[in-house]
Ligand binder design. Sequence first.
Ligand code: HEC
Ligand code: HEC
Ligand code: HEC
Length: 324
Amino acid sequence: MRQKTLIALTLFALLVSSMSIARSAFAVNKVIGSKQCSDSNCHKSIFDQMLFHPHESFFNKDFEEKGKKIAQKMNVKDHFDDKKCAQCHTTLVDSKYPKVPDEEKGLFGIICETCHNPAEDWVELHDKKGKVEEAVKNGMRNTRNLYAWAKDCFACHRGAKEEYFKAGHRPGDKFDLIKYSQGDFKHWVWSKKEKEEGNLDAKLMEKLGKIWITGEVFQAQTSAMRISEASGSGEFTSKNHAMLVAALKNLEVVEKSIPSDNLRKIIDAGKKVTPDPATAKAVVEEIKKLANSYVGDLDKSPIGAGKISAFPIPGENEYIRKKK
Ligand code: HEC
Ligand code: HEC
Ligand code: HEC
């Protein structure tokens, strides 16, 4: 049994590392589960918020009904067990999923470690005074690295390819990085240092501005990627093309206000894409490279509240679901 689990985990790790905008090497064997994060009471409120979040809905009845229909069309026998679904809907691949009791849901869906990285090597360090950097060296995700965390969101949220769409899966067209990462998902707080320095309104504006620009760049990049892999100019391609065009329009506004060679090149390359996979194939690698360096640089210097207020940024609290 143990061995079977290990094989499954290894396969999963290989699979995740080969995903298209791959989440960087994800050491599944170092996942400790979220119970420890909440048991100590340190993160109980984040844990409770997480249990209520759709990130855990893989185990709901409603999901099961919808999921079964999609799975059937894709010849997936058991969506709980099959990598084709579990790679995005859970953190570990293990046959015990169907029996997960309610109180344990939060340990298997999209959990703390899915986003903050497997914790075995850093959990003991990260809450010790002055040890945060060491924890990051040992694998903890630096939450101030906007590029790295946004890349994760997009790998799942805009990662479903045409074959999923054809089987009835959503194309990810609702994913908006501000709406989805703030609102009732939001669980970050200002650090003591940031509070002491003051000026929190301007800091928030700066943060939202950068999240928004990053989201639009990834939206353009992933749309081009999905088009490049598609089989032709069908509905999936045209949906992705519409998302690409919308993102480019927003990026034009950014480029006017904060001129940048890399961003200009991203927009120009994106405009060459039509609802024809061949046009996307020709530019997708270039867009990926440019986006990587553009978003990486974005984090390094301030934009300024004046400029950001001109961008069509959604409110940070536009996305609050009603509690059931
Ligand atoms: C690349 C990642 C990825 C893969 C692979 C994937 N999903 Fe999803 N799935 C998502 C995301 C992200 C959402 C949420 C979509 C949103 O909010 O726009 C979702 C939503 C769903 C929903 C809810 C739809 C609704 O309308 O409420 C179902 C059901 C579902 N997926 C089933 C499946 C099944 C079955 C498979 C395997 C055949 C699968 N998914 C594979 C990422 C994925
Ligand atoms: C879907 C991904 C995701 C999940 C699941 C998740 N987080 Fe987060 N978390 C993030 C991101 C992204 C940030 C940074 C957000 C920002 O700054 O806007 C963050 C920020 C944090 C912070 C604040 C760190 C700081 O520097 O301010 C803590 C603490 C935290 N998460 C703990 C947890 C715990 C504990 C869990 C599980 C109960 C959890 N997170 C689940 C993505 C996630
Ligand atoms: C491992 C894959 C994965 C990662 C990484 C991930 N998500 Fe998700 N997320 C999902 C899936 C799957 C769903 C849909 C669950 C469902 O509907 O059953 C979802 C749903 C959501 C929803 C609820 C959408 C709705 O329809 O109400 C929000 C909000 C969200 N994710 C935000 C984020 C943010 C922000 C990040 C990055 C910090 C992120 N997610 C990273 C897989 C992921």
